[in-house]
Design a protein around this ligand. Structure first.
Ligand code: NOJ
Length: 535
């Protein structure tokens, strides 16, 4: 299991356990289901799995509402199942990253229940943000929840508690030392059980400032924080500089403490990756200073257009900003919170972008199903379960589309995912996107991912920085081609709708779609496609 800093250029496969594989026919994926498919995961060529939360939870927010962070929710199995999953992953040389949720608990957590009972002014309430109403009966301030509606909910005795997300997710008060002590206990619990790292949910949100102060433009701020609301970028950037509950200096003190805890497990190489949506982008580098966390998500590719200038800027900025703190970037095209990349930019473009990104320095995150080229599931409103949908009265559709269970085998929905009724319906149109069907098709997205990840390991991991060859800032065909060399590999992405010539030397290693021809000593890259050449 030992390698030098295994996480630095790892490929990490994100599993949303509820949607991965159902072992007991109740329509929901579970931990034994994940364990049963670890050979599939291993054969994909990834180095680690990140498991979205599987802890005890009323599941109001897909398990990000944790009622007991040191136990497994019965819908997913039990602690023995978690141990077995970790053991089986390790047996296959796969590391395991758990998802920790320190910004809030579920309202079903015993602390919150105790706080409700204990009443105003109690020690129990100090673990959360409880305040009296304003004199006119309104909440302590005008903040809007990230899921829509007010950020405050009133309890029976008239006090309000703060929740940046759903009302069932009360925010913890990190000024109370009991909170950190409990989280350190949770970190140790999972490390002792065998996990190799953590994804830290809302890592930038733990410390709040000005909790009793109104924001001058709460609706504007709420819109600015939503990627699905269109807004002039200057207006958005100006608003994002004013968030009073994200990216406060105090969060870094917490991660310095946690880093010491991780490092105290000598020889284990425990890592942590921060989910930190911060502004301006340079602030993200603070989370990966030498004495803090190991990685911070770069979310730019979740929203970037398939456009050479945009993609050049994202890649260049991420590499150079991380370099200022001696860190490597992370790359993610999809996750459980955003539309699937194939739906967002197109199926061929999604393959091309994946192959482009797999050549870059740093860690690549792959959201389960992305390797199959899955689009977002088509859902009826009556199927939807995301609190964003529910809290906005259906105005915002929410994230369920990306969470539709994986199709595994057979010709009929639910394609081997479950013997029961899947918690979200799987469309019959996914028949050719099952694991079984793609394994049988050498030109499938699945084969592309498997081949690419093998080549990435062989030629690119550890190969140092990139040198741009073609881009809007370098070379002549900037608008249609993006190209870089790294190690002995030249990576060329053709973003245009027609084939394009390039000067790349060397032998073709892989192409994301179509056929690479040679013409007059030049290579012809198919439309919307990426190719790697070995010199
Ligand atoms: C980010 C998680 O990825 C998302 O799914 C969740 O709803 C929020 N944090 C709140 O925990």
């Amino acid at each position: 299991m030992k390698s030098a800093l295994w996480w630095k250029e790892a490929t990490i496969y994100q599993i949303y356990p509820r949607s991965f594989f159902d072992s007991n026919g109740d329509g929901e994926g579970d931990l034994p289901g994940v364990t049963s498919q670890l050979d599939y995961v291993k054969n994909l060529g990834v180095d680690a799995i990140w498991l979205s939360p599987f802890y005890t939870s009323p599941n109001k927010d897909g398990g990000y509402d944790v009622a007991n962070p040191r136990d497994v929710d019965p819908r997913f199995g039990n602690l023995d199942d978690a141990k077995e999953l970790i053991a089986q992953a390790h047996k296959r040389n796969l590391r395991v990253i758990a998802d920790i949720v320190p910004n809030h608990f579920s309202d079903q957590h015993e602390w919150f229940q105790a706080a409700l009972k204990a009443g105003r002014g109690s020690k129990e309430r100090e673990r959360f943000h409880f305040y009296d109403a304003n004199e006119d009966g309104t909440p302590p301030n005008n903040w809007i929840s990230l899921f829509g509606g007010p950020s405050w909910t009133q309890v029976a005795d008239g006090q309000f508690y703060l929740h940046l997300f759903d009302s069932s997710q009360p925010d913890l008060n990190w000024e109370n030392p009991e909170v950190n002590a409990d989280f350190e206990k949770t970190l140790r619990f999972w490390i002792d059980l065998g996990v190799d790292g953590f994804r830290i949910d809302v890592a930038h949100g733990l410390v709040k400032e000005d909790v009793l102060t109104n924001h001058p433009d709460p609706q504007g701020l709420s819109n600015a924080l939503r990627l699905d609301v269109a807004m002039d970028s200057e207006v958005r950037n100006a608003l994002l500089l004013t968030v009073p509950y994200f990216d406060r200096q105090g969060v870094h003190e917490i991660y310095r403490k946690w880093r010491k805890l991780f490092d105290s497990y000598v020889g284990r190489e425990i890592m942590a990756v921060a989910e930190a949506w911060v502004h301006p982008p340079v602030n993200a580098t603070r989370y990966v200073r030498a004495d803090e966390l190991h990685q911070v998500f770069n979310f730019d590719l979740l929203t970037a257009e398939f456009d050479s200038k945009v993609l050049f800027d994202v890649v260049e900025r991420s590499i150079s900003l991380n370099a200022t703190v001696n860190a490597l970037p992370t790359w993610a095209l999809s996750n459980h919170d955003s539309p699937r990349v194939a739906s967002r930019i197109g199926e061929e473009q999604a393959r091309a972008l994946a192959l482009f990104v797999f050549g870059l320095p740093g860690s690549a995150y792959v959201f389960a199903g992305q390797e199959l080229g899955l689009p977002d599931g088509q859902l009826q409103d009556s199927d939807r379960q995301d609190p964003t949908f529910l809290r906005t009265n259906g105005q915002i559709k929410g994230r369920d589309g990306a969470r539709v269970p994986l199709p595994w085998s057979g010709n009929t929905t639910p394609f081997g995912f479950s013997t029961g009724k899947p918690w979200l319906p799987i469309s019959q149109s996914w028949r050719d996107l099952t694991v079984e069907s793609e394994l049988a098709d050498p030109k499938s997205s699945l084969h592309l991912y498997r081949n690419a990840l093998e080549l990435r390991k062989e030629f690119l991991v550890g190969a140092g920085g990139i040198t741009w060859l073609e881009s809007c800032n370098h070379g002549s065909k900037g608008d249609s081609l993006l190209s870089y060399t790294r190690g002995g590999v030249t990576v060329v992405m053709n973003l245009s709708d027609s084939a394009n010539e390039c000067d790349a030397d060397g032998r073709l290693l892989i192409v994301s779609g179509g056929t690479v021809d040679a013409r007059d000593g030049k290579k012809v890259i198919p439309a919307r496609s990426t190719a790697w050449f070995l010199t």
